[in-house]
Ligand binder design. Structure first.
Ligand code: BGC
Ligand code: ZN
Length: 370
C-alpha cells in the first residue's frame, strides 16, 4: 500500500510502501481513507524536530486529520457499518493503571506522557490507502458532511478550548447561570490570534457560540482569509494597521483570547491586553528556541489584579469530536461558502513532498485518496 511517511534516521520524507492493515480485534473497523489534511504539525515532523516512529519501525506514516469510509467491521462493533463515513481521533491512552485521565477516556489529559498519537508520536497515521481503528476512537460523520469532515480534527482543538474556557469561566455566576442550559458568548468579546486553519475554525466556533469575534493576523487587507472572516460576521484586523496595544480601543474589553498563531512574542503581547476576568487559551506549540523578553511584572500584575485565567489545551476528547460534528453542520448551514473556502485544494498523494516541504500556501490543503 502507498503511504506518506518520514524516515528520520535517513532524513527522508515522501511516499513509502506500507503493509495493508487487517483487523486484529473484534471491536476494530477497517477504513478506506478519503481525505487527509496537512497541518503545521506534519510540516514540523518533516523537519525532524517533532514526532517519532513506532517502536521497531524506522519510519512514521504521517497524517492525523483524516476522514474515510468504513469497509469492514469486527464482530463486536456495535454502531458503525460498512459505508459509514468516520473521523478518527488522534491520541491513544497510555497503559499506566494509575493514569486517571487515560483510565477515564481523557487521554488528551494523559498525565504520564506515555500516550501515543497517530501520525505524530510512536504510532502510524492515516496518510495511507486504508487504516484500522477501534470503534471507540471513531466518530460517525453524517453523509452531508462528507466533503467537510477533514476539518473535524482541527475543529476539535477549538471545541476543547471553548469547553475549557466555559469550565474556567463557570467561576463567574453571570456566565455560569445562562438561560437555556448552554453558556453563551453573547455580549462577550473574543479575539482570535492567527488566521490559519486553527484560527479560522476557532473564529467560526466562537462566533457560533455568540461572541463578538475579532481575528488579529499579520496579512494586510484585503486577503482571502479576511474574506472568510468577514463572511461569518467576524472582524478581521491586520497587525499592519492596528498595533496590539490599540486592540482594546477597537474591541472593548477582551473577554477571551484563542491563540492560534504559535509565535510566543505575539501571543504574550496579546496576553498583556487581556481584559478583567478574561480567559486566555493557548493552542500553539512553538519549536524550542531563543528566549524572548517579556514584561513579567506587568503580566503577573494583570493576571492577579484582573482575575485572569490562562489555559493551555492540546488534543481533544470524544465530547469535542461530537461538538465538532454539530458545529460543522451549523457552519455549513449558515456560512456554506466560507466553510468550503477553508479547504484550499485537494491533491493526489504524489504532491505530498511539495505540500509538506515547500512554503505553506492557502489555508487547508488536503491529500485525497478517493
Ligand atoms: C494535533 C493534536 C495533537 C498535537 C500535539 C496537533 O497538530 O491536532 O491532536 O495532540 O498536534 O502532538
Ligand atoms: Zn493537526
Amino acid at each position: 500500500m502507498k503511504a506518506v511517511g518520514v524516515t528520520p534516521n535517513q532524513r527522508e520524507v515522501g511516499i513509502i510502501e506500507h503493509s495493508a492493515p487487517e483487523l486484529q480485534q473484534d471491536d476494530e473497523v477497517r477504513i478506506r481513507t478519503l481525505d487527509v489534511g496537512i497541518c503545521g504539525t506534519d510540516r514540523e515532523i518533516c523537519t525532524f524536530v517533532y514526532g517519532d516512529p513506532p517502536a521497531g519501525s524506522n519510519y512514521l506514516v504521517l497524517g492525523h486529520e483524516a476522514m474515510g469510509e468504513v469497509v469492514e467491521v469486527g464482530s463486536e462493533v456495535e454502531h458503525l457499518k460498512v459505508g459509514d463515513f468516520v473521523v478518527p481521533s488522534v491520541r491513544r491512552p497510555c497503559s499506566d493503571e494509575n493514569c486517571l485521565p487515560c483510565r477515564e477516556d481523557l487521554q488528551d489529559f494523559c498525565s504520564t506522557g506515555a500516550y501515543v498519537e497517530r501520525g505524530i508520536k510512536e504510532c502510524h497515521g492515516f496518510m495511507t490507502e486504508s487504516f484500522v481503528e477501534r470503534e471507540r476512537f471513531l466518530t460517525y460523520v453524517p453523509p452531508e458532511l462528507r466533503n467537510l469532515a477533514v476539518l473535524m480534527e482541527p475543529l476539535t482543538i477549538a471545541e476543547k478550548g471553548l469547553a475549557q474556557a466555559w469550565d474556567a469561566q463557570s467561576r463567574l455566576p453571570w456566565v455560569r447561570h445562562h438561560a437555556n442550559g448552554k453558556p453563551t458568548g453573547k455580549g462577550l468579546n473574543a479575539v482570535i490570534l492567527g488566521a490559519g486553519p486553527i484560527g479560522i475554525l476557532g473564529a467560526m466556533t466562537m462566533k457560533a457560540a455568540g461572541f463578538e469575534t475579532y481575528v488579529y493576523n499579520r496579512s494586510p487587507l484585503p486577503n482571502p482569509k479576511a474574506e472568510i472572516v468577514e463572511a461569518i460576521g467576524a472582524k478581521y484586523i491586520s497587525s499592519n494597521d492596528v498595533a496590539f496595544k490599540d486592540l482594546p480601543d477597537l474591541v472593548g474589553s477582551i473577554d477571551l483570547v484563542y491563540e492560534a498563531i504559535g509565535i510566543s512574542s505575539v501571543a504574550f503581547d496579546v496576553l498583556s491586553i487581556l481584559g478583567v476576568n478574561g480567559v486566555y487559551i493557548f493552542t500553539g506549540i512553538p519549536a524550542p528556541g531563543d528566549s524572548i523578553p517579556v514584561d513579567a511584572n506587568q503580566l503577573m500584575r494583570n493576571v492577579v489584579l484582573g482575575n485572569q485565567a490562562v489555559i493551555g489545551t492540546v488534543n481533544a476528547d470524544d465530547a469535542s469530536f461530537k461538538a465538532a460534528i454539530k458545529d460543522l453542520a451549523y457552519f455549513k448551514k449558515h456560512w456554506p461558502e466560507a466553510i468550503e473556502a477553508v479547504i484550499t485544494r485537494r491533491y493526489p498523494i504524489d504532491s505530498c513532498r511539495e505540500l509538506l516541504l515547500d512554503r505553506a500556501t492557502g489555508i487547508k490543503n488536503v491529500i485525497s485518496f478517493d
